[in-house]
Ligand binder design. Structure first.
Ligand code: PLP
Length: 302
């Protein structure tokens, strides 16, 4: 398998930023469909699956999951059969209305829809045995793609060219990406995670995944929870795009940059601080979010 995983650092000029410098690490550009951190998380898992002789990857996700889209695309690119266990049995006849699921299906992913109640059992050994009886043997990727090999992949996001940055910012969902990033920092650098989910439980999760303590998790910028947005957030994403030509997704990177700009405006960083924010991708989710916003008569993402 041949992976090309180099991203560029793009300094940005944005009217709401003063006294500090902001660079975006364009991980979103490393592949057109296997977006940003998803590729990093998949890399060593794909190698392990191949080495162990698996022909099928099986994973879990919600209706608009970046991980489902990325796994489906990786399967078609690297020759694995893919199975996606999707949360919500009501979605079974709505695939054609859902850009993420129809993309996954076009990549060859077999979709199996299960109720939200059954979905909660997805980590139990009995549930996995039932899946093996139904689908045959498979390499299991957890929801969101986070496991030890995923963290190893995310340790490669920062390179020696990034040693000069004082702060490294990343969005947080399950905590795997930030754990890899923290592991590869120098002691003089600080990592700030912006949680896309409500609740403080993620701090404990992240602490379990890394041994360093040069990081913090901000939980004030989730906009009501996972997948929730507001007019203010969408307007911000559109303004950022207009001024920098960089698209942000509404679930992860948009919330991170919104939060970061808020901190900069409140002078939380010393003058001259060098900040790099990791663009973890997720842009495939814009189409699905836009159709929800359109139905509600709200401003959409440009
Ligand atoms: C685009 C994007 N950014 C960030 C994250 C958060 O990564 P993690 O789950 O490793 O915290 C995810 C998904 O999980 C994602 O899809």
């Amino acid at each position: 398998m041949n992976f090309k995983l180099n991203s560029r650092n793009q300094p940005v000029v944005f009217s709401l930023i003063k006294d500090v410098t902001l660079t975006i690490k364009r991980e979103d550009e490393i592949h057109p469909y296997i977006s940003g951190n998803k590729y990093r998380k998949l890399k060593y898992n794909l190698l392990a699956a191949e080495e162990q002789g698996f022909e099928t990857l099986l994973t879990f996700g919600g209706a608009y999951s970046n991980h489902i889209a990325a796994t489906a695309s990786a399967g078609s690119e690297f020759g694995f059969k893919t199975i996606g266990i999707i949360r919500g049995d009501e979605l079974v006849d709505k695939v054609s209305d859902n850009p993420t699921l129809s993309f996954a299906q076009k990549c060859g992913m077999e979709l199996k829809f299960i109720s939200r109640k059954d979905y909660r059992e997805k980590s139990s050994p009995e549930f996995i045995v039932n899946l093996k009886n139904r689908f045959g043997d498979f390499y299991l990727l957890p929801e969101g793609g986070t496991n030890d090999l995923a963290i190893k992949g995310c340790e490669e996001i920062l390179t020696e060219n990034d040693n000069d940055f004082d702060y490294i910012c990343t969005p947080v969902g399950t905590g795997g990406t930030i754990a890899g990033v923290i592991n590869s920092t120098n002691p003089n650098q600080k990592v700030i995670g912006f949680s896309a989910l409500k609740g403080d439980f993620l701090k404990e999760e992240i602490a379990k995944l890394t041994t360093k303590d040069n990081w913090s998790l901000l939980t004030d910028f989730h906009f009501g929870g996972y997948g929730k947005t507001s007019n203010e957030l969408i307007a911000f994403i559109n303004k950022f795009k207009e001024e920098t030509n960089i698209s942000l997704d509404p679930v992860y990177t948009g919330k991170m940059i919104f939060g970061l700009v808020d901190l900069i405006q409140k002078n939380k960083f010393k003058k001259g601080t060098k900040i790099i924010a990791i663009h973890t991708g997720g842009l495939q989710g814009i189409e699905g979010m836009n159709s929800i916003l359109k139905q509600k008569g709200l401003e959409t993402i440009k």
